[in-house]
Design a protein around this ligand. Structure first.
Ligand code: HEM
Length: 528
């Protein structure tokens, strides 16, 4: 970079031009050409026409015109930070994942917290699920644990995700409401989809308005697999436990804060890291095997269910510390691309039909959002471990295979032939035994939509139960269609009679509707 002496020039109209010098870089175009005047377009005479020849002006406007990329189709509003994960207990008997082998091992991470439904500029304290996405830059590639702050989900099968998200976001004719559960489409969909009931109880609870990201739990939600070096697999549920404990904000305070400071959560994270008060979480695992899983009266592949912690305690195996804010919000927080299919040797999927759909969706949407199959070349997405393959070219390719070989097998030997597979270190999928008819079907054990919703409600303190009741009444009072309100209450009657009656009373709903059929046939099981 060329640096020249400092100077302040006065224009003919008395205006000040700040020019380079005293350690200030010379302003350049994208082509690196030094710029003499960034205040005035090139024109003929002081009042004459501007010239097409003004390459500096045209480049500047062209680039500005293309600054926007699509926001995420969900989780558009988010805030990220860097940090590390420290393994506090070796898990070498359970998984061959490199990051879990050595006690004390530190793995760099990038974490992005988010809301789900609101657009990029929506307020932080909306009643919504929070995303808790962690990218571990391990020595054997990137592992993304793309979780939420609620351990269950609205739907059991990814094929319903577009419907669920459409119903939760703005209504298509009017383009509102923004980032709110208080509207007919949302309650229409969830009341017609009884598998949402458990999630609804969490959504109406204090969990959906965290005091800050630092006081929030996180969950991988799905049942995953950990696989050890001998090929033995364990089922696992992932948990993040905040060191500061769990705290929330009550609804009427949240409304005021949203008005006064819609950036409340992001500001809190930024301020605490800048002040050296680094937020911290423990990673917990619930580990169990196939025989144990078979004894539950629900299916561990059903993302609307939790594994009770009384039955499978959470084992703390590491800590996550966020100690560095980003240098550039767009380059890092906006361009980071998490994906559930980013796993490393020793971590594997299960057949959870929601997880299987996610594995397709993230990569697909990121091609659209980031615009090139080479988005792993962007520093925030690039692994910090060696990368060597024969994929090449495409928009914005920053690293192509070197030398002659861009295919394998080839005859060009160890020095010129490029990388090769490794039987020992390469990723091997767990060889689960599968069989069955090819059908569109849901397992019978996915059918109980109310028991865990009831357990969640009963596990709450009286104050928390009151907040849940108030939230149902407030949100449903914004629903204009009486039949939808009644349908929600018909589900609540299967959760807790007292809750259902209080919500009905709060809404002035009389008489009470019939309870929804509790043992409903599993949706979608067409005859073979
Ligand atoms: C984004 C979590 C279900 C599609 C996200 C993000 C999180 C998340 C945390 C934000 C990532 C970031 O900060 O950049 C979850 C959880 C789910 C779930 C915990 C259920 C257990 C689904 C399903 C689908 C889906 C079923 C589709 C079939 C997407 C898409 C994005 C996204 C398309 C935007 C990604 C991007 O543009 O980079 N999800 N999600 N999610 N999710 Fe999910």
């Amino acid at each position: 970079t060329r640096i020249v002496d400092a100077e302040i020039l006065r224009g003919q109209g008395g205006e000040t031009h700040q020019v380079a010098g005293g350690g200030v870089h010379v302003l350049t175009t994208q082509q690196g050409v030094p710029v003499a005047d960034d205040q005035n377009t090139l024109r003929v005479g002081p009042r004459g026409p501007s010239l097409l020849e003004d390459f500096h002006f045209r480049e500047k406007i062209f680039h500005f015109d293309h600054e926007r990329i699509p926001e995420r189709v969900v989780h558009a509003r988010g805030f990220g930070a860097h940090g590390f994960f420290e393994t506090t207990e070796s898990l070498s008997d359970i998984t061959q994942a490199d990051l879990f082998q050595r006690k004390g091992e530190k793995t760099p991470v990038f974490v992005r917290f988010s809301t789900v439904a609101g657009n990029k500029g929506s307020p932080d304290l909306a009643r919504d699920v929070r995303g808790f996405a962690v990218k571990f830059y391990t020595k054997e590639g990137n592992w993304d644990l793309v979780g939420n702050n609620i351990p269950v989900f609205f739907i059991q099968d990814a094929i319903k995700f577009p419907d669920m998200v459409h119903a939760a976001k703005q209504e298509p004719d009017r383009g509102f409401p923004q980032a709110q559960t208080a509207h007919d489409n949302f309650w229409d969909f969830v009341s017609l989809t009884p598998e949402s009931t458990h999630m609804l109880l969490w959504i109406m609870s204090d969990r959906t308005i965290p005091r800050s990201f630092r006081f929030m739990e996180g969950f991988g939600v799905h049942t995953f697999r950990l696989v050890n070096a001998e090929g033995k697999a364990s089922f696992v549920k992932f948990h993040w436990k905040p060191k500061l404990g769990l705290q929330s904000i009550v609804w009427n305070e949240a409304l005021k804060i949203n008005g006064a400071d819609p950036d409340f959560h992001r500001r809190d994270l930024w301020d605490s890291i800048q002040a050296g008060d680094f937020p911290e979480w423990e990673l917990g695992l619930q580990l169990f095997d196939e025989d144990f899983a078979d004894r539950f009266d629900f299916d561990v592949l059903d993302a609307t269910k939790i594994i009770p912690e009384e039955l499978v305690p959470v084992r703390r195996v590491g800590r996550l510390v966020l100690d560095r804010t980003v240098d550039n919000f767009f380059a890092e927080t906006e361009q980071v691309a998490f994906c559930t299919q980013n796993v490393v040797p020793g971590i594997d999927f299960t057949n959870d039909p929601l997880l299987q759909g996610r594995n397709f969706s993230y990569l697909d949407t990121q091609l659209k959002r980031l615009g090139s199959p080479n988005f792993t070349h962007i520093p925030i997405n690039a692994p910090k471990s060696p990368v060597a393959h024969f994929q090449q070219d495409g928009h914005m390719a920053m690293r192509n295979p070197g030398g002659r070989a861009n295919y394998e097998p080839n005859s060009w030997g160890p020095t010129h032939g490029g990388p090769r597979e490794s039987r020992e270190r390469g990723y091997r999928s767990y060889p689960a035994v599968e069989q069955g008819e090819k059908r569109r079907i849901r397992p019978e054990l996915f059918a109980d939509h109310y028991s865990q919703a009831r357990q969640f409600y009963l596990s709450q303190t009286p104050v928390e139960q009151t907040h849940i009741k108030n939230a149902f009444v407030f949100e449903l009072s914004k629903v204009e269609t009486p039949a939808i309100r009644a349908r929600v209450v018909s589900h609540l009657l299967n959760v807790d009679d007292g809750l259902a009656r209080m919500v009905a009373e709060g809404l002035g709903l009389a008489p009470l509707p019939e309870p929804a059929p509790a043992a409903r046939p599993v949706l979608g099981n067409l005859p073979p």
